[in-house]
Write a protein that binds this ligand. Sequence first.
Ligand SMILES: Nc1ncnc2c1ncn2[C@@H]1O[C@H](COP(=O)(O)OP(=O)(O)O)[C@@H](O)[C@H]1O
Ligand SMILES: [Mg+2]
Length: 263
Amino acid sequence: MNAATAARPGRLVIQDVHKAFAGTNGVLPVLWEITLDVRAGEFLSIVGGSGCGKSTLLRAIAGLETVDSGRVFLDGVPITRPGIDRGLVFQEHRLMPWLTVAQNVSFGRKERVGRGPDEEVSRYIALVGLQGFERSYPHQLSGGMAQRAAIARALINRPRVLLLDEPFGALDAFTRIQLQEEVLRIWRAEGTTVVLVTHDIEEAVFLSDRVAIMSNRPGTLRKIVAVDLPRPRDRTTDGFSRLRALVHREFFAVRKTTEDFQI
Ligand SMILES: Nc1ncnc2c1ncn2[C@@H]1O[C@H](COP(=O)(O)OP(=O)(O)O)[C@@H](O)[C@H]1O
Ligand SMILES: [Mg+2]
């Protein structure tokens, strides 16, 4: 992608966000005092255990969820609703089963030009490595290919922030590693800010500039680890192992300090 077509990366500012859900057993606090600044062009991961509020936080950034207090800003503008400046990819591909890859990618496009694959759609399909599969339907794709299509769909409007919610969680280990490499390549080519939610510490260390560690519910973000390893990264090096061990230790330390906090 050249400079003229690349997205302008967005800066996210999350200020003192709290969020609770009303449940059958009363109020369930899910996000607690979340403050986070994601730099423009940064690749930031959020790691945390199941149910700690990771998806809720990502949905708040996406504008799909309101917060009870605090605010989320994209380039200084409060986020109040979903917008094409934020692209979202989930664990499941969520492609429309009755549409082809090309139709799925072009479906959410801001400016729709005809129904067939046009230049822009083809470019994004090629960017995620799916050329030749434009006319395939989702059921004809492997899990990894479907996630590639979902990434192309999220990128078609050139979002300033790409939000990835455990996008590789349902894939086998080999496909996951392959797609991690692809996402890095796409991140470099597109120049967007990326926020990745994952429960896989190795994945977070491999991909990110910084790893934010979320406590058990209610989720807080009090510890952020900078991954100062040069890219391309090699999982087999001592430096990588040290960083992974550090994030592991911080993760368990954060969980310990919040055990008393559980309700
Ligand atoms: N719409 C909702 N209504 C009630 N509870 C919810 C809702 N969405 C999420 N929760 C609860 O909030 C907690 C955090 O959920 P979630 O953000 O999906 O966690 P994670 O993505 O970290 O696994 C869970 O206990 C979940 O059951
Ligand atoms: Mg989740």
